[in-house]
Design a protein around this ligand. Structure first.
Ligand code: G4P
Length: 285
């Protein structure tokens, strides 16, 4: 479900997260490993302030492994703990617990020195819609929790979900908005399927995605669509893919809607392999 974020929703979502922060020791900030910057909330640093945090690069199974390694180095350089995970199959779940213990060691040692009885680490998952928050909670909880819905106004009683003996999660995640006023961010979110197709112009998204692939992953396009060359001109490239896939209407006109749908479906279902639409270099530029 895609939320229409209005200022009132944003303020309420922020307030709800701020309330939850009072209950926990650590934030798990969930981002999409394919677009680790565009899938973040633009105010996240300010909202979570000094709370310890781990950035979880989710859907790492779909991201370009080389790019993910660079992102990990990038976060490390910034002093931010980060982990690649795949909430769908459960890769990285053990590391979430061990990294949380490492991040909070000092705090818990301090509490122990004051005679406070040891207790489980309390955590909150935060992220934009569709980044995999419910999937991760279900995976960690090892059961199917009800999806609370992506409505930022929904309030439910807080409940803790046990993850082994050492971790407890709030059962409802913190849902924050993406930086949707930035057009490129919107295109990347739409390409990866985080924004529903009805919201953005499908052809525009497909044109962006194809241009990106032509530049960064030309060999994958060549292979998938049996192209000998990658035309520099994006429209020519689009037409070449359309022709190879028979997306042609009567009169020989290219069916842009059909080609756009096909291309985005194939990107999202990994027919072109594991792709990352954001690299550390592209962000520094
Ligand atoms: P949210 O709570 O943050 O809104 O996200 P949610 O868990 O609903 O996940 C959104 C979509 O992302 C789901 O796909 C989910 O299966 C998929 N997903 C979550 N984590 C991962 C991951 O690590 N790897 C991969 N490949 N996919 C992941 P969906 O199409 O909405 O549903 P379905 O495919 O599960 O039926």
């Amino acid at each position: 479900m895609t939320i229409q974020w209005f200022p009132g929703h944003m303020a309420k979502a922020r307030r709800q997260v701020t309330e939850k922060l009072k209950l926990i020791d650590i934030v798990f900030e969930l981002v999409d490993a394919r677009i680790p910057v565009s899938s973040r909330n633009p105010m996240i640093d300010e909202i979570i302030s000094s709370k310890p945090r781990i950035v979880l690069l989710n859907k790492a199974d779909m991201a370009d492994p080389k790019a993910t390694q660079q992102w990990l180095a990038y976060f490390k350089e910034q002093g931010i703990h980060a982990l690649p995970i795949d909430a769908k199959t459960g890769t990285g779940m053990k590391q979430i617990v061990s990294m949380s213990k490492e991040v909070l060691k000092e705090k818990f040692d301090r509490l122990a020195a004051r005679g406070v009885k040891p207790r489980a680490i309390r955590a909150l998952i935060i992220g934009i819609p569709n980044v995999g928050k419910s999937t991760l909670i279900n995976r960690l909880a090892k059961k199917n929790m009800a999806k609370t819905g992506d409505r930022p106004g929904v309030t439910t009683a807080q409940q803790w979900v046990k993850v082994g003996k050492e971790l407890e999660l709030l059962d409802t995640p913190g849902i924050l908005w993406p930086k949707f006023e930035d057009e490129l961010v919107g295109l990347k979110l739409a390409t990866t399927g985080a924004i529903k197709d009805a919201i953005l112009n499908l052809q525009e998204v497909a044109f962006y995605a194809l241009g990106f692939l032509g530049e960064k992953y030309p060999h994958r396009l060549k292979e998938r669509y049996a192209l000998e060359e990658i035309p520099e001109d994006r429209v020519e490239l689009f037409d070449a893919v359309a022709k190879k896939r028979g997306c042609i209407m009567s009169g020989g006109w290219v069916d842009y809607d059909k080609t756009s749908e096909l291309l985005l479906r194939e990107i999202r279902s990994e027919k072109l392999g594991r792709l990352s639409f954001e690299t550390t270099e592209s962000i520094q530029q």
